[in-house]
Design a protein around this ligand. Sequence first.
Ligand code: PLP
Length: 392
Amino acid sequence: MTSFTIPYNKPYLSGNETKYIVDAVKSGKISGNGIFTQRCHQFFQTRYRFPKVLLTTSCTDALEMAAILADIQPGDEVIVPSYTFVSTALAFVRQGASIVFADSSLENPNLDIRQLEALISPRTKAIVPVHYAGVACNMDPIMALANRYNLLVIEDAAQAIDGYYKGKPLGSIGHLAAFSFHETKNIISGEGGMLVINDERFFRRAEIIWEKGTNRSEFFRGEVDTYGWVDIGSSFLPSEIVSAFLYAQLENLDDIQKRRIALWNYYYQALEPLANTGAFRLPVLPDYSSNNAHLFYLICQNETDRSRLIDTLKAEGILAVFHYLSLHRSHYYQAKHDGRVLPFADTYADCLVRLPLFYELSFAEIDRIVNLINSLYSKEVYVEAVHHYGQL
Ligand SMILES: *Cc1c(COP(=O)(O)O)cnc(C)c1O
């Protein structure tokens, strides 16, 4: 086994995580929807003006709740980008949906708005835009199409914490939105997630689905005398131990974001000269999107280049990783896909590489990574090889 001197990710403890877990344990209430869960809910509702939020045990769970709320039935179609994590599609597949995969755009891995309307059919129920790398999808045209065709929009905002579209918080624009606090994301709780409910039609039912199909939340608030089984649902709420951890992270959200953005900008400036020679592409931020510095990625010219880059860094103990295989070519969904070719999704699957980015990464470590990349691309034999590939 190779051991890495610079890992791809390192979960960051911001200070009070273990203290708050101890507080939760000592309070005697460690099941869900206690004080720390309420504090987290309050934080999000205040900071981002989300009308209603519910912490979940993962973003996958939040997406499953969204699929239930959207009342997805067998035969319904849901539009999902192909270049995303499995859960974006899986949550809807579990309800019986057929997934209609959208291609990525030329500029970034987010779904291509220009091709979206052509994917809508009389069976379409929902669109699930993914804000890849925390970069906003172009939400205005998506919402306009959804209004015209009476569709729900569920933002997969797993990577999009503290990201903005034209000044609006990501997660506040669709009818529903799902966030992740998995240890690879900016704000973490090991496993964890959150459903945002922007459309008040779903407020009551969301709480019931969250609490195993019961109206227990209403009972806790003293709104009903007894509670019981009123709908379908599952156990989607996290324990107070997880919420306590998350709350400590939220207290340090600004500090975490500031650090990540500084590291991201440092990478960008350091790699820009080489990118300008055409060696690879750097991320492009549309003017409607903020940068939440979730990922720093490069788009190599081809898969061979990417492997060479990953191997060069690996030989020096640095872990850089590629990301999704397009879901329309996945083992599970390939045979169910309608056969359309999605060239941009495939390009990102083959050519995108993510560089280490985590709170405790140092600028000196970025220098090391950038120097290795620079020397790789300046090798004469390599330049010839690129020239050769270019002619094929
Ligand atoms: C991380 C991620 C998920 C899944 O999040 P979990 O909290 O691990 O369930 C879903 N969609 C996208 C785009 C992600 O990046």
